[in-house]
Design a protein around this ligand. Structure first.
Ligand SMILES: C[S@@+](CC[C@H](N)C(=O)[O-])C[C@H]1O[C@@H](n2cnc3c(N)ncnc32)[C@H](O)[C@@H]1O
Length: 434
């Protein structure tokens, strides 16, 4: 007869396999009422165990934001996760993240505070954006190429974090060395910590003597493009294309712009009854530096503090949207007037649709077409959040098929066809490599 053992996580298995007494008296339940009580006690016991394990496994030695950054970088490289989406703070996101950290590193860190989260966003975004340069430097400082090529993934992420902090964030170098050595020791083993120590200390010396091993811009056009690609961390094909079109000087300016701090704009949602003054007051309360857009009445520029705006719930509550002034200017060209019917031919995720609909002031309609169902769903959800679902008709269709089967006439047409996205690389930290 086959005997199946209960799963090892159940208290029964503890009882039957190890014969340790349970921390409460336990007899087989006879009535349904007793079963309920019995189950409740088991749940309480399990919860107690879990919280005990949690407390035991929280590691106080390692800086939490570095541990989380290393795990996020692994998820991006090995699991194809998008850096920007990992920063989303949905329900349960923090708990999920900690579960990932525990599974990957074997310990938990304390929960992240807002300041830690901002550091994680900066470090992960920077390490992804500067990966080409960082890897070139790490490779140059390894004894042999094989050491770099065969490096275990977690160790490589820890080195990338350390290199980014020293080279690009100019953080106090010996603190960076100590913290990353500790992370490597605890998450991997003492030898890994020694290796991080050796390589980061070499880097610190080279940085202090201004002699980082950067490639020289020399040789033919291809060789120069390869060197520029490393120094500015862009793909060689992009460097070659821009150098051909714009010349080297302008191409370098463009790459510096892409690698600089992005400026974001917020558009106040007038459809929810908010004014720009309301938005400015909220930003002042949150201490987010801002300035009103000089060219668009509904827009406010923010250079830093977007995470604070997100965490304060201003987007979730529909007070404002993140939208570039350039997108707003497109809508200004369309110049929607109350009573008009406008077709938005490639509408999702809907930034321009929503702004056009809000400018109809409750009279008229925007017909929003998109071939991508998922993106169109975002448009529908946001239009509800902004009280604009009555002014938008969302249609899931390929525009080419829709245009054949409809004979509707519109006052205005917006066609915002798919583009390369090369104009917004500064806003998407993994955009350059993607
Ligand atoms: C640049 S995005 C549009 C951005 C949008 N206007 C906004 O402001 O949020 C281009 C969109 O065109 C859609 N698209 C591409 N080919 C299409 C087609 N044949 N018919 C309809 N939509 C299409 C894509 O799914 C994508 O959502």
């Amino acid at each position: 007869m086959a005997i199946s053992l209960p799963s090892s996580s159940s208290p029964f298995s503890t009882l039957s396999l190890s014969r340790k007494p349970l921390p409460f008296s336990c007899s087989l339940p006879k009535s349904p009422i007793k079963t309920k009580k019995f189950n409740a006690r088991i749940i309480a016991y399990k919860a107690g165990l879990k919280s005990k394990q949690r407390i035991q496994k929280i590691n106080e030695e390692v800086s939490p934001h570095r541990a989380v950054s290393a795990v996020r970088l692994l998820r991006i490289e090995q699991g194809g996760a998008f850096a920007d989406l990992l920063s989303d703070k949905g329900r349960g996101a923090a708990e999920n993240e900690m579960a990932y950290v525990e599974r990957t590193l074997g310990f938990r860190t304390r929960d992240l505070e807002d300041r830690d989260l901002r550091l994680v966003t900066d470090i992960v975004g920077g390490a992804v954006r500067w990966r080409r340069l960082l890897d070139h430097l790490i490779l140059s400082l390894c004894h042999e190429e094989r050491t770099f090529r065969e490096m275990e993934p977690l160790l490589l992420q820890i080195l990338r974090i350390g290199f980014f902090e020293i080279v690009k964030l100019a953080m106090p170098p010996y603190a960076v060395v100590d913290e990353n050595v500790r992370l490597a020791k605890v998450a991997l083993r003492p030898g890994a910590g020694n290796m991080v120590n050796g390589i980061l200390r070499k880097l610190v010396l080279l940085k202090e003597t201004n002699s980082l091993p950067l490639p020289k811009i020399e040789g033919d056009a291809r060789a120069q493009a390869r060197a520029l690609a490393v120094i500015h961390s862009h793909p060689v094909w992009m460097v070659r294309r821009w150098t051909n079109f714009l010349g080297q000087e302008e191409a370098i300016k463009l790459m510096n712009w892409n690698n600089g701090d992005p400026r974001f704009c917020l558009r106040v949602n007038t459809s929810r009854g908010y004014t720009r003054t309301d938005l400015v007051e909220k930003l002042e309360m949150l201490k987010v530096p801002h300035e009103p857009s000089p060219c668009m009445d509904d827009f406010v520029r923010v250079q830093t503090g977007l995470q604070t705006v997100i965490q304060a719930g201003l987007l979730r509550e529909g007070v404002c949207s993140v939208q570039d002034e350039s997108a707003g200017l497109v809508v200004s060209v369309v110049d929607p007037q109350p009573g008009e019917t406008i077709i938005d031919c490639c509408a999702a995720p809907g930034g321009k649709t929503l702004y056009m609909a809000s400018r109809l002031r409750g009279q008229g309609m925007v017909v929003a077409i998109d071939v991508n169902k998922g993106r169109l769903r975002i448009l529908k959800e946001t239009s509800k959040l902004h009280n604009l679902d009555g002014a938008i008709t969302a249609i899931h269709s390929d525009l080419r098929l829709y245009s054949e089967k409809t004979n509707l006439k519109f006052d205005k047409v917006l066609l915002d066809a798919p583009c390369s996205g090369l104009g917004v690389l500064s806003k998407i930290c993994d955009g350059i490599e993607a």
